[in-house]
Design a protein around this ligand. Structure first.
Ligand code: PMV
Length: 323
């Protein structure tokens, strides 16, 4: 697991960071409630070297097209530095699987190394502020996973304290949770979605009379889910995933394509739910032992793309220079 500092290094640089899936507590985390997030072994890689002008995968006006890059270069005061960035990724974009957090973590890792290095806590704070500034909303769960790897609980007393993250007067505690050694399935619906739109939609829904009750239920499920993972109780985790999905449905962030994937995965999993902002994107399920390939086939029949994933042990890392 990654708790080491980022060393000082000069250009050219390359970094690699994992994607993530949220197991419990998406949306509720925005309101200071608990969340359990898992860094998954789908990675994005970024190579950066000095060049005659700024470009991203050949795009010579990337700041106009990529708000995350804009936020990153603004954060590091680096807009004037001509750099060539190359990104390759196994994480589907706009799928709720952490591609933007991995992008921000890679950018922060490379720029922090070029600026003299930093602690891992500082790397996380930087990655989060870049993502938040680009999205305008959100919590640090995704960037915590991209930077730290493994299972992480936010705003819950379980596990070992790792970091406290602040944004103005808001604060989140990040704790490391032990790995129960399980294999997970995530499946992308092919329907892209926008985190900020979904967060705004949920804010409107929570303003309804039953909003506080829904938020309380999300909180309870997340606390129980974190405890169930800690106790390696697969059946309980499965039941809680299903219960969490029921609440997300009431919040209005499910989608017919997600429901089709959930139905397809039902028989071969202990439980399954949407993961991330919803309204499209992906689902996550805990396959029954030995039935992972059945999950892949069922998802394909339902028109989705499944990945069998394990925890990413490493968070964002420098991985040597691009040639
Ligand atoms: O961007 P996504 O799909 O991983 O959604 C993140 C989870 C939310 O709780 C909806 C937003 C946030 O920043 O916590």
């Amino acid at each position: 697991m990654s708790e080491d500092a980022i060393a000082a290094k000069s250009w050219p640089l390359a970094a690699r960071a994992p994607g993530k899936c949220i197991l419990f507590g998406e949306h509720a985390i925005v309101y200071g409630k608990p969340e359990l997030v898992l860094a998954i072994d789908l990675y994005a890689q970024m190579g950066i070297r000095e060049a005659s002008s700024l470009s991203l995968n050949g795009d010579r006006r990337p700041l106009e097209h990529n708000p995350y890059l804009r936020a990153g270069v603004d954060h590091f005061g680096a807009a004037a530095i001509p750099l060539e960035l190359r990104v390759t990724s196994r994480i589907p974009r706009a799928a709720g699987l952490g591609s933007s957090a991995a992008f921000c973590a890679n950018l922060a890792t490379a720029f922090s190394a070029a600026a003299g290095g930093c602690s891992r806590a500082e790397l996380h704070q930087r990655s989060f502020l870049i993502e938040r500034s680009a999205q305008g909303v959100g919590s640090p769960g995704d960037t915590a996973a991209a930077v730290a790897g493994g299972y992480l609980a936010l705003n819950d007393s379980a596990g070992a304290p790792l970091w406290e993250i602040t944004d103005g007067d808001r604060q989140w505690d990040v704790h490391r949770i032990g790995d129960p050694g399980w294999i997970w399935v995530v499946a992308y619906s092919g329907v892209p979605r926008n985190t900020a739109d979904a967060v705004r939609r949920v804010a409107e829904r929570l303003a309804a009379p039953d909003g506080p009750r829904l938020l309380d239920e999300l909180e309870e499920v997340a606390h129980e889910g974190i405890s169930a993972v800690e106790h390696e109780d697969r059946a309980r985790v499965g039941a809680l995933l299903t219960r969490n999905q029921g609440i997300l449905r009431q919040l209005g962030v499910s989608h017919p394509r997600l429901e089709a994937l959930i139905d397809a995965l039902g028989p071969a999993t202990e439980g399954v739910k949407l993961t991330g902002a919803g309204a499209g994107g992906s689902v996550v399920g805990l396959p029954k032992v030995g039935r992972e390939q059945e999950c892949v086939r069922s998802v394909a029949h339902a028109g989705g793309l499944a990945f069998i994933v394990r925890p990413a042990r490493e968070g964002a890392q420098l991985i040597g220079a691009p040639s």
